[in-house]
Design a protein around this ligand. Structure first.
Ligand code: AOF
Ligand code: ZN
Length: 365
């Protein structure tokens, strides 16, 4: 039984926020619970960019009962006029007397000003309740709002010996149904899914979200330095936009044909390979705040080496594939010394059916 205290209501607010993960675009997910005299009088979550913030939905529900209430908010109430008016002014106007905040808003236009404004108005403010949970929920927003660079989650499904296909190239399926459902949930939660041209040529993937309930379709991002992508690729169909990252040297006529099919072709550098740093900036400029990187091995390796991977989610099936030349999940030059190998920290392990998912954060990333 969870004890009735500040954590109790904040947990509820966090769980509402988490439910909206993936649907707020470049905005954070935020939840708010209003409590008066031992009773919840209003609840709300931010559901869509440009529409009401969490506090506004909760205050609208509470009406007159907001007067004298405590507001539990997973993110510092905003102090700025954005797509909607500032939440702290609305909390003041509606007579809330105590505000409990999980995390300070890292958005430079807010950054503590919301809390200050509430305190100036004589409201009691408590900050830091379930702060770590709140920060992890908005890890993508927290990076993107400061840097303009998308938060990248590398996801790969592999055998226990780190293979993503057999030596003949056979790859369906490595992990079981439960893991694959988890991956589709991850797709729903990210603004873009990214894969390399080798994966497109080998598997002709749709790169879409397919769940037992409707899910959101992220932008499909293909790294293809020479524009080798066949015009009949499945990734070019469907409703979500396709973004093809290429180089200056790529064939102009092919770029034009791809554009005619509705794809966006973005030149990232003049080298042999797509400049991945430039590519991430270009995606950020297009409002893509989070990317699920789905390989293959060469792109995974290149993104890791470029220091562009923020988080790794490694799904392991209980199989051993073996075979010289069977493709590995991370194909890069590698490290000479064990002590310089890339290390993941803050490891978490979850079970999906017969598979295990190891989640961690590359150190120094
Ligand atoms: C809150 N409550 O529910 C959210 C907040 O474009 P706008 O007007 O929606 O503003 C987005 C910014 O507002 C976002 O970057 C973040 O700083 C804050 N989000 N603040 O008080 C909310 N979603
Ligand atoms: Zn707000």
């Amino acid at each position: 039984m969870e004890l009735l205290n500040d954590d109790y209501y904040m947990r509820l607010a966090l769980s509402m926020a988490e439910g909206a993960s993936g649907q707020t675009g470049i905005n954070p997910v935020v939840g708010c619970v209003l409590v008066k005299e031992g009773r919840i009088v209003g609840m709300g979550a931010h559901l869509k960019r440009g529409e009401g913030h969490a506090e506004v939905h909760a205050l609208n529900m509470a009406g007159e009962q907001a007067r004298g209430a405590t507001a539990y908010v997973t993110l510092e109430p905003c102090s700025h006029q954005g797509q909607t008016p500032p939440c702290c002014e609305r909390l003041i106007r509606d007579g809330v007397t105590r505000v409990v905040v999980a995390a300070v808003d890292p958005n430079p236009v807010v950054g503590g000003r919301g809390i200050e404004r509430l305190q100036e108005a004589g409201i009691e403010v408590k900050v830091g309740v379930l702060e770590a949970e709140a920060a992890s929920l908005n890890e993508a927003f927290n990076k993107f709002i400061r840097t303009g660079i998308p938060f990248v989650t590398l996801k790969t499904a592999m055998s226990l010996d780190g293979r993503i296909a057999t030596r003949t190239g056979h790859s369906r399926w490595i992990t079981g149904a439960a893991s694959r459902e988890a991956v589709h949930t991850l797709r729903h939660r990210h603004a873009g899914i990214m894969a390399g041209i080798s994966t497109v040529l080998a598997d002709d993937p749709e790169l879409s979200t397919r769940l037992s309930v409707p899910g959101l379709q992220p932008a499909k991002i293909i790294v293809d330095s020479k524009l080798r992508i066949p015009l009949t690729s499945r990734v070019l169909g469907g409703t979500a936009p396709a973004i093809i990252l290429t180089t200056q040297g790529a064939d102009k006529a092919q770029a034009e044909r791809l554009r005619e099919l509705g794809a966006e072709v973005v030149i990232c550098g003049s080298g042999e390979r797509v400049d991945l740093h430039e590519a991430m900036r270009a995606l950020g400029q297009r409002g893509i705040s989070s990317v699920l990187l789905e390989g293959g091995g060469v792109l995974n390796g290149a993104m890791l080496q470029a220091g562009l991977v923020d988080k790794a989610m490694l799904f392991y099936a209980p199989i051993i594939v073996g075979g010289e030349g069977a493709p590995s999940a991370f194909a890069f030059e590698g490290h000479e010394d064990m002590s310089s190998a890339l290390r993941l920290s803050r490891i978490e392990i979850n079970r999906f059916g017969e598979d295990w998912c190891v989640t961690g954060y590359p150190e120094g990333g």
